[in-house]
Design a protein around this ligand. Sequence first.
Ligand SMILES: *[C@@H]1O[C@H](CO)[C@@H](O)[C@H](O)[C@H]1NC(C)=O
Ligand SMILES: *[C@@H]1O[C@H](CO)[C@@H](O)[C@H](O)[C@H]1NC(C)=O
Ligand SMILES: *[C@@H]1O[C@H](CO)[C@@H](O)[C@H](O)[C@H]1NC(C)=O
Length: 499
Amino acid sequence: MQELVLLFDASIFRRPDFARVWSLASAKLTYLQIGYITQLMVIEVLSPTVAPNQSPSHILPHVFPNIHKLCLSVDYISNTMINIISNALIHLTHLELRDQPIIEPGIAFDLTDEGLQLINQHGRLKHLSLIRSQEFNPTFFRRVTDQGILFMADCCTNMESICLAGFCQVTDTGFKTLLHACTNLYKLNIFNGTRMTDLVFHDMHATSLSLTLVSLRCCNLLTNSAVLQLALNMDLNVLDFRDSRKIGDKALHAISKLPKLRTLLLDGTDVTDLGLSYLQKGTQSSLHKLSIRGCKRLTCKCVSSIFNSGSNRGLRELDLSNLPNLTNGGVLFLAKNRIPLVDLRMRQCPLIGDTSVMALASMTMADGDRWHGSSLRSLDLYNCGGISKLAFQWLKKPYFPGLRWLGVAASMNHELVDSLALNRPFLNLMTRGEELRTDKWDNLDDIYMHDYEEVDELEQWIFQEDENMTDDDLDDADVNDDDDDDYADGYGDVEAEYE
Ligand SMILES: *[C@@H]1O[C@H](CO)[C@@H](O)[C@H](O)[C@H]1NC(C)=O
Ligand SMILES: *[C@@H]1O[C@H](CO)[C@@H](O)[C@H](O)[C@H]1NC(C)=O
Ligand SMILES: *[C@@H]1O[C@H](CO)[C@@H](O)[C@H](O)[C@H]1NC(C)=O
């Protein structure tokens, strides 16, 4: 066995015994992920142990001699734990740690500047992710300052990807040092960089970096001029500025020049319809995924701004959720122009209603000389204002033949939802506001990724009922298969591989 992913809460096991069990783990293990474990248990598991009934000088060999990649969710990320992980795991190249303190950690259980100095003792680390999640408590790494980041930059010059969430005390000095010290860096992910300003990217051209993924979420001091500098990285294929509220149209102008951009996430930014129209690049556009959730300045014309004059035809995933002025007219535009979306999210849009569902259901896709139904595999209509009984008629077979995920509020429509579930047993119905399947690389949104068993309804029809369909239809059913795997940041990758 080389890879082991335990998504459960390991803290339920009795402590000393749990540590002893790991001495039986295969020495070939290269990748270990644990859904939840306390930092104390991590320390016990990795501490050198004395064999039972032996003299204290008889130390057993370390567990996990071959671990390259370790992903843990813990109660506290502490210096002691960082030290022991970094010291014991000689081959570690990939470390992802996430904590979500219920109470503010005391100094003995917290990460400080000194802890960051100890993080790469064997010098092999290439991918590092340190996340303090605010799930239970609006907390952050209070004891980490620029000094800690300078220490880290010093010992981590080979780093290729860095993800830091909750480093609210770190200023431009710290972030800038990272960019200049880590010359191989290609993925940069900063969440809640509350003190980060445009100056971090001011002399982007003076670095030799070629960034491909940049995510700067909840960095509210950042403005368009940071994006203008970032857009000098012509190989960028993922940009994420979610909830960095000052990012607006000028940024989009710079972004529109990026030839390889596939994913653009702008939720909660200041962009307008005009800014979106800058993204028009004819049929050659590389853009595959766009999210403009909750952008307050967008009107019902935002959809036509994106797709006007045949632009962005390659777009497959579009998130229009939480847009109070989005109307059915926008969705009719999508249908009329036969935009072959596979994932469309419009949750919490008060003006979206039955007309939108009917338009999408009646959509037909040209595929060579054949025509078939809507291309959608995921559709989120949770809490849309105008969804009534009528819409449910259009969600049944034979409409939406490829649909696997549907978000819809059950509150008023219990019977309709139940009957839809009977009609489409292979549809994953999400009725309590859960997000539909999220991207694998986006590990900041959820800690546990569920790997739902997916059965393609379309395939079922083909094999059981409908001899008329050809293999071409099967191929089409797979257009959604995630090409985003490249960006996998660890927690998402839940498939255990057994030898
Ligand atoms: C960011 O960090 C601050 C503390 O500096 C906190 O108050 C705030 O809630 C955080 N914002 C987000 C969106 O997490
Ligand atoms: C959205 O609609 C409301 C009500 O019609 C209007 O007052 C508001 O200005 C609109 N928002 C935008 C961004 O156009
Ligand atoms: C299959 O084809 C036959 C004849 O071409 C047609 O009558 C029938 O309705 C088709 N079935 C489906 C499910 O499309």
